[in-house]
Design a protein around this ligand. Structure first.
Ligand SMILES: Nc1ncnc2c1ncn2[C@@H]1O[C@H](COP(=O)(O)OP(=O)(O)O)[C@@H](O)[C@H]1O
Ligand SMILES: Nc1ccn([C@H]2C[C@H](O)[C@@H](COP(=O)(O)OP(=O)(O)O)O2)c(=O)n1
Length: 286
């Protein structure tokens, strides 16, 4: 007797007791994708990296089952159909040190390329302002330059993505550590199309942060130094991880804003010369 099992990831957003979850599975390889739906009322599982094992498929002995989507939160299926899992979603992670210009360039990208900009830091600051139960914890962590637990940030990102109605996202300042990265992929089942990396020297970033003047509690020299340390120790390894997968598009962010944006444009809409280069390359190998 053969035993098959699949691993399912359940998103941490469990909205109320009456939720129904549709588990979308499919067959892989030689068989066309097939959809099997299980409706599982009231799953009471840990919101942190929950896993749900389906361990035996007696009626499907020849299928190697893989997860095609993740579990869908039926409560988010709103009238205007903004459910992300129904669409092909493009995610670009925007990474770089504090003050490297991520937010500044994201504003330009939004204007030119129709992305929705989601800044993890902005979402966390809005959560503090909203008076949520996590507010004090988030505020203390930001003041110390520390990284807020992934489940908090991911929940905010997921909510913002669902509410946006868009299917193209610039996720700015996330993932900031390995835990952020792994948790996002596990929970959402999404991987970035590419990672935009703003590379800038610490002295320049420090100068910019000290004159940012947005009234941010963490833009003081003591917290800035802590943020730089966290960036070096925790965020750079994430960039290295994506670099090893060929996904990093590195931009020299020490230049003036306009020049940096010229380089960004080359990533989002490669110039004709570059397109021709790739076309010629493809022709030569075909
Ligand atoms: N290329 C640049 N040259 C000089 N100043 C910049 C540049 N890009 C951004 N800034 C300024 O530096 C500060 C930090 O930029 P910001 O976009 O908020 O960085 P991040 O989102 O990476 O923390 C802001 O005051 C911004 O106006
Ligand atoms: N993924 C994230 C992003 C930001 N944070 C917290 C910790 C960061 O120091 C602050 C500020 O982040 P933000 O991206 O707004 O700003 P900087 O890039 O540091 O200038 O938010 C987090 O805990 N987890």
């Amino acid at each position: 007797m053969r035993h098959y099992y699949s691993l399912f990831t359940i998103p941490p957003v469990v909205r109320g007791e009456e939720d129904l979850y549709n588990l979308y599975c499919g067959s892989a390889g030689f068989l066309p994708p097939t959809c099997f739906n299980w409706h599982c009322p009231k799953l009471h599982l840990s919101p942190y990296f929950p896993r749900f094992h389906l361990s035996y498929f007696p009626s499907l002995p020849e299928l190697w089952l893989v997860l095609m989507g993740t579990v869908l939160d039926a409560a988010t299926k709103d009238a205007n159909g903004s459910l992300l899992t129904d669409k092909k979603v493009t995610v670009v992670f925007v990474l770089g040190g504090p003050g490297s210009g991520k937010g500044t360039q994201c504003a330009n990208i939004v204007e030119h390329y129709g992305y929705t900009h989601l800044s993890a830091g902005d979402l966390l600051r809005a959560e503090i302002k909203s008076g949520s139960e996590n507010g004090t914890m988030i505020q203390n962590m930001i003041k110390e330059g520390k990284i807020v637990p992934s489940e908090v940030t991911i929940k905010l990102l997921q909510r913002a993505m669902n509410e946006s109605g868009n299917d193209k996202f610039l996720i700015d300042g996330f993932p900031r550590n390995e835990e952020n990265r792994a948790a996002f992929e596990l929970v959402t089942g999404m991987e970035p199309t590419f990672v935009l990396f703003f590379d800038c020297l610490e002295e320049e970033m420090e100068r910019r942060l000290l004159s940012r003047n947005q009234g941010r509690e963490d833009d003081n020299i003591e917290t800035i130094r802590k943020r730089f340390r966290v960036y070096m120790e925790s965020s750079l390894p994430v960039i290295e991880y994506y670099n090893s997968k060929g996904k990093v598009r590195k931009i020299d962010a020490a230049k003036p804003v306009e020049e940096v944006f010229e380089a960004v444009k080359e990533v989002f809409a490669p110039s004709n010369a570059e397109v021709m280069h790739y076309r010629n390359f493809l022709c030569s190998i075909l």
